[in-house]
Design a protein around this ligand. Structure first.
Ligand code: 5GP
Length: 195
């Protein structure tokens, strides 16, 4: 069986990465979602081991020391990391593993997984983005401003990605990402997988 591949999805806070990834997972059995570890506080409704592995700073640092992440980064004042075991196991099984990570993490992944596919999700416009974050109502004013500031910074990294998809309607975005997956599988260079 051919190895699967990594699909890195980035985009500013509030662009709808979570919703899109969930819809993709629900549609296809060959798509697996890597649950990240984070030191961020749990939001209401979030479940440990489902949304994230919520760790203390000490626990997180210990995992970094033991080289248990394929990448890790500080994002909006919290630490986030992608566990290595899950990614390697699922790529080995021929699955497509989605990493919903920030641009710093994506750049680290690029060094070790040259065949991964990089998709940047864009908001229809920045005002829309602010209104989505405000509507989510899980962040205070200062955090919203930090996330908006970081959104503009993240947008400047778009040229590091293979694809840029505007997320207006979720169904449409999911359709486009499925087209990307099919195109990737047809690449002449994708013979033995691209770990
Ligand atoms: P949130 O706190 O809103 O769940 O996520 C904040 C940001 O952290 C998002 O841009 C998200 O993509 C990013 N993120 C989530 N998990 C990881 C990870 O494992 N590594 C990196 N580098 N970024 C992550």
């Amino acid at each position: 069986m051919r190895d699967g591949f990594l699909m890195v999805i980035s985009g500013p806070s509030g662009v709808g990465k979570g919703t899109v990834c969930e819809a993709l997972r629900a549609k296809r059995d060959d798509i697996k979602y890597s649950i990240s570890a984070t030191t961020r506080k749990k939001r209401p409704g979030e479940v440990d081991g489902e949304n994230y592995y919520f760790l203390s700073l000490e626990e997180f640092k210990e995992k970094v020391k033991r080289d248990e992440f394929i990448e890790h980064a500080k994002v909006h004042n919290n630490f986030y990391g992608t566990p290595k075991d899950y990614v390697e196991e699922n790529i080995g099984k021929g699955n497509i593993v989605i990493l919903e990570i920030d641009v710093q993490g994506a750049l680290q992944v690029k060094k070790n997984f040259p065949g991964a596919v990089y998709i940047f999700l864009l908001p229809p416009n920045l005002e829309e983005l602010r209104s989505r974050i405000v509507k989510r109502a899980t962040e205070d004013e200062e955090t919203i401003n930090l996330r908006m500031h970081n959104a503009e910074k993240e947008l400047s990294f778009i040229d590091k990605y293979d694809y840029a998809v505007v997320n207006d309607e979720v169904d449409d975005t999911v359709y486009k990402i499925e087209c990307i997956i099919e195109a990737e599988k047809l690449k002449a260079t994708y013979l033995g997988g691209n770990k």
